[in-house]
Design a protein around this ligand. Structure first.
Ligand code: DX5
Ligand code: ZN
Length: 216
């Protein structure tokens, strides 16, 4: 059985007690943390910036993935690296030149992943996949936690799995949005390697839900 990675999205955590919540996730078997950065423009919501990530960095050694739901990743990415993010998850849909951005990342040895929205075809990002550590498939429209998993994402996960295996790429498939014990299992069966989850983990018992997801 392949090892599935669980990446709690702290957007739904109790921010007043963030360091405890991070510790609890670690003790329960979380493998990384998912940090949802929203600028109020690329999506209709505003969340965290580099300062909060800097604080989180002090609280954990696990990998920090910054999911950049912003219009200008080209302008701000360095700040998220300086704050302590390990991997930047950029959106193909951001209105910047994805190829250029990736050139900079490769030149500066920045680890990154490519993210696609539910209505973006997988074929669109094939040429960016070679050095991408992660392919993040959105299973909801980005902006808010607590939305319902879009089932057509499963076909996209399968297609991506097939392509990545056939081409011997190291890119891992991550799924984000509406993940619980049922949709998580369906995603794994379709070929996912990493599950992101916010509300299922933090609005339930953290330990139990992480353990459930890890054992799907
Ligand atoms: C959506 C974010 C997700 C979201 C996940 O815009 O990118 O990471 O917070 O939340 P749940 O797991 O509640 O769908
Ligand atoms: Zn996210």
């Amino acid at each position: 059985m392949k090892k599935i990675e669980i990446s709690p999205s702290i957007i739904s955590s109790d921010l007043l007690n963030l360091s405890e919540q991070i510790k609890k996730c670690e003790e329960s078997g979380a493998d990384s943390f998912h940090l949802d950065v929203m600028d109020g423009d690329f999506v209709n919501n505003i969340t965290m910036g580099p300062d909060l990530i800097k604080a989180i960095r002090r609280g954990t050694k696990l990998r920090l993935d910054a999911h950049l739901m912003i219009n200008r990743p080209d302008k701000y990415y360095k700040k998220f690296i300086d704050a302590g993010s390990d991997v930047l998850l950029i959106h193909y849909e951001s209105p910047v030149d994805t190829g250029n951005l990736i050139k900079n990342f490769n030149r500066e040895n920045i680890r990154y992943g490519i993210t696609i929205n539910p209505d973006t075809d997988f074929n669109k990002i094939l040429k960016y996949l070679d050095n991408a550590e992660i392919l993040l498939i959105m299973s909801v429209y980005p902006g808010f936690s607590g939305q319902k998993f879009i089932e057509s994402s499963l076909a996209k996960i399968k297609k991506a799995r097939d392509y990545i295996d056939k081409n011997n790429l190291n890119t891992r498939i991550e799924v984000d949005g509406g993940i619980d014990n049922i949709t998580g299992k369906m995603s794994i069966d379709s070929g996912a390697d990493i599950l992101v989850s916010a509300s299922y983990i933090f609005y339930n018992n953290i330990e139990q839900s992480i353990k459930t997801l890890k054992n799907l």
